[in-house]
Design a protein around this ligand. Sequence first.
Ligand SMILES: Nc1ncnc2c1ncn2[C@@H]1O[C@H](COP(=O)(O)OP(=O)(O)O)[C@@H](O)[C@H]1O
Ligand SMILES: [Mg+2]
Length: 304
Amino acid sequence: MTAHVAVLLGGWSAEREVSLLSGAAVAEALQKAGYRFTTIDAGRDVATTLYDLRPDVVFNALHGPFGEDGTMQGLLEVIGLPYTHSPVMASAIAMDKAMTKAVLAPQGIPFAESRVVHRDAVLAGGIMDMPFVLKPVNEGSSVGVRIVACEEDFATLCRQPWSYGIHVLVEKYIPGRELTVAVMDGRPLEVLELRPRQGFYDYDAKYTEGLTEHILPAPMDEEDYSLVREYAAHAHKALGCRGVTRADFRYDEKAAPGERIFMLEINTQPGMTPLSLVPESAAHDGMDFVELVRWITEDGLCRK
Ligand SMILES: Nc1ncnc2c1ncn2[C@@H]1O[C@H](COP(=O)(O)OP(=O)(O)O)[C@@H](O)[C@H]1O
Ligand SMILES: [Mg+2]
């Protein structure tokens, strides 16, 4: 009998809409691959729903808090259901950008200078020389990310509402290019470059077709290219990740060697929408979307 897969999607984080797209694409692929599956829009009652359903494996297509941060993974451990992607601790550390740095920087992975501060301290001014970036400690999809390059940006920031917690991450702005690397089972795929046609790689640039140019493999210095892949694979292993992850980087090619590459974060539940970057990297590696979904599902199933 084919395995019964429960696809968790939706949820109630700021990335709900993205997750609905990821989950729908995953469900379609599972159907094509011949699995039995049930989609579950994750609500507060998700534990009882899953307990009653008793699937063979849970395909977690949630993004953001409660889906990607170790809490859902913990719930699945308690119920005793095998699931896709990273385990509890890796998920929890990766969801928190400050914790990710705290664990990975001592291991030689370069990050931009940053501080976690109370939001009021930022609004008081002078927290860091401009340009800097302000972001939530634990969101994704560029939700809440603000680049402050001048006094006008700062004035705008002070006027804007903020609903991502009282503690914020203030980080030195890294000029240059945007890179990302998918890692499957510890193996880094090719480096993908994202060139937004205007502004930065924000929510719209990520999810609106045509707003960002994708270049794969990224044209860049060979040694830097290898380093970016090495950092992505190292981060995946050091945090104890499983299945597929995706690490994001800034690349300042004009800086001196050794000061060009900065990891921004590692995503333990990377997007699976038709425009998403892991499916694109996997396709370049010879694995189409259905195969990718099958691989992730089987990787979850073998933890039974
Ligand atoms: N320090 C930084 N310097 C320049 N750009 C940044 C910096 N931090 C974030 N960004 C921009 O914001 C985007 C989202 O930031 P990231 O840290 O990857 O958070 P998330 O993707 O989880 O929202 C990045 O892809 C990049 O375009
Ligand atoms: Mg990112």
